[in-house]
Design a protein around this ligand. Structure first.
Ligand SMILES: [Zn+2]
Ligand SMILES: [Zn+2]
Length: 339
């Protein structure tokens, strides 16, 4: 099978032929249909996260069908569609795991970072961390697995905000905007200054206002979620929220937050981050996404064009979410195989 692999930090991914071992006891061997391209992949590629091992297959928004299952797997059968999210493994015994916070597990492993991910025709994943997915377009589902899911965790952390600001209107924000609108919230979308296309896209999805991240919204916000990896947006967002308002940083990496006057935090404003996901987040979010018929707007790329997809994401050229599609359907057979 073919994979696009990171062989050296900062270098373009290389198309590589490799074969995977049979699935371990708890693992699934998956024929990948589509894999989302997330900003975190750029942070891994650029070496902005610690302990990057090479070679490595990136990609943690994996949609595929089960080709084979390990001996201990009961949840999934060959032919079934599964999603592989960022959280790939947790220890189950650390204080975080034992207190319902497996997203903070001290021994966690992550798809496309500390184990191989889905920029590939096939992938191995621990079935205990995979999520069942409905039928439909794999490319439209893939972004739900991180942009949607971790966006949802940030959305909950933002609380009952009637006026919600979203800084960085990409894969996560375009999904959250749909959800927020459904729940009757008013979305204020902040894009790169001058990005008229992203602003129009936000308004199309129901935002009540869209402007540059250097602008002040026409009304104060109850909460803001930062998806753009720009630390300078923290004081900007604090200045845009009411007293008691929250600013939630949703990315795994951000440039340094500049010094800012204490009065921006005063008034019981809060700044927090969200990290990773729990399996419960995944199940809750996917059930909600199914109810809302939530779909990503996907810009599709062939596997071999992964570098192009990453560069378009880096330059802000993607509207919605970038997704790699594997166009080589492997022969999938099984009792629950669907067309
Ligand atoms: Zn991600
Ligand atoms: Zn743990």
């Amino acid at each position: 099978m073919r994979a696009m692999r990171l062989t050296a930090r900062g270098a373009p991914l290389e198309l590589t032929e490799l074969s995977l071992p049979p699935p371990g006891e708890h693992e699934l061997l998956i024929s990948v249909e589509a894999c989302g391209v997330c900003r975190t992949d750029l942070h891994v590629l650029d070496g902005e996260l610690p302990d990057i091992r090479c070679p490595l297959t990136l990609g943690h928004e994996v949609v595929g069908r089960v080709l084979a299952a390990g001996s201990a797997v009961e949840r999934f059968r060959p032919g079934e569609r599964v999603g592989v999210p960022w959280l790939a493994y947790t220890c189950g015994i650390c204080p975080y795991c034992r207190s319902g916070r497996e997203n903070l597990c001290v021994a966690a492993r992550f798809t496309g970072y500390t184990r191989d991910g889905g920029y590939a025709e096939q992938a191995l994943a621990d079935a205990r961390y995979c999520l069942p997915l409905p039928g439909g377009s794999a490319a439209e589902l893939a972004p739900l697995l991180c942009a949607g899911l971790i966006g949802y965790r940030a959305y909950r952390a933002a609380g009952e905000a009637a006026n919600l600001g979203l800084y960085g209107f990409g894969a996560a924000a375009h999904l959250l905007a749909q959800m927020a609108r459904f729940e009757g919230r008013r979305v204020f979308a902040f894009t790169r200054p001058g990005d008229g296309e992203a602003q129009r896209f936000a308004l199309e999805l129901g935002a009540v206002w869209a402007g540059g991240s250097d602008e002040r919204p026409p009304e104060l916000l109850d909460a803001a979620i930062l998806f753009a990896p720009v630390g300078a947006l923290v004081p900007a967002a604090l200045a845009a929220v009411h007293p008691g308002g929250r600013v939630v940083c949703a990315g795994i990496h951000m440039s340094d937050v500049p010094a800012f006057p204490y009065r921006l935090l005063w008034g019981e404003r809060q700044v927090s981050s969200v990290a990773n996901l729990t399996r419960r987040d995944g199940e809750e979010f996917l059930a909600l996404a199914a109810r809302l018929k939530l779909k990503a707007r996907a810009e599709r790329f062939a596997l071999a064009d992964a570098n192009l997809a990453l560069e378009r994401l880096r330059s802000g050229a993607v509207t919605g979410a970038a997704v790699l599609e594997m166009r080589t359907p492997a022969a999938v057979a099984g009792p629950s195989a669907r067309p």
